[in-house]
Design a protein around this ligand. Structure first.
Ligand SMILES: [Zn+2]
Length: 151
């Protein structure tokens, strides 16, 4: 899935979650979720995150796309590190954003192996990355964000 679709889905899910949680800053929460929603694609050379933060560009050379970085293990590591440094809000926000990415990728044909490398089972869906179908989802999610902000 494209970076823009991941950011949009992350923002929409963050907005939907906001009424049920208490956070120090709603804006910071949404921003951290949006950033977290880009993180799994550090394992892809041409991803948005690798264009924004060039220091992670070595990762695709060592890790295959949708392997370890598209499993739940980095989510646990990210949350654990921020929990250790007593920054639970940041850790939870980034972890939630990361999970929104894994969830949206699991709707694509390529799918996601949440337990890589422990298991080989992929959760898959009907969406093909970069197609008109994905663009339609992107626009639908934007409309959802707009509706959530207005109502
Ligand atoms: Zn991905």
């Amino acid at each position: 899935m494209l970076g823009r679709t991941h950011i949009a889905i992350g923002i929409l899910l963050a907005l939907l979650l906001l009424p049920f949680i208490s956070v120090p800053s709603k804006l910071l929460f949404v921003a951290l979720v949006a950033f977290g929603s880009l993180l799994p694609d550090v394992d892809h050379e041409n991803s948005k995150i690798n264009k924004v933060i060039p220091v992670t560009r070595w990762i695709p050379k060592l890790f295959k796309h949708r392997g370890f970085f598209h499993s739940i293990f980095p989510v646990i590591i990210i949350y654990g590190v921020f929990w250790y440094f007593n920054e639970r809000f940041i850790g939870l926000s980034l972890a939630f954003g990361y999970l929104t990415h894994l969830f949206s990728d699991s709707l694509t044909r390529m799918g996601v192996n949440f337990l890589h490398p422990v298991s080989t089972w992929h959760m898959r869906g009907p969406i093909e990355t970069g197609t008109i179908f994905e663009t339609a989802i992107f626009i639908g999610v934007l409309v959802g964000i707009g509706a959530k902000l207005v109502f």
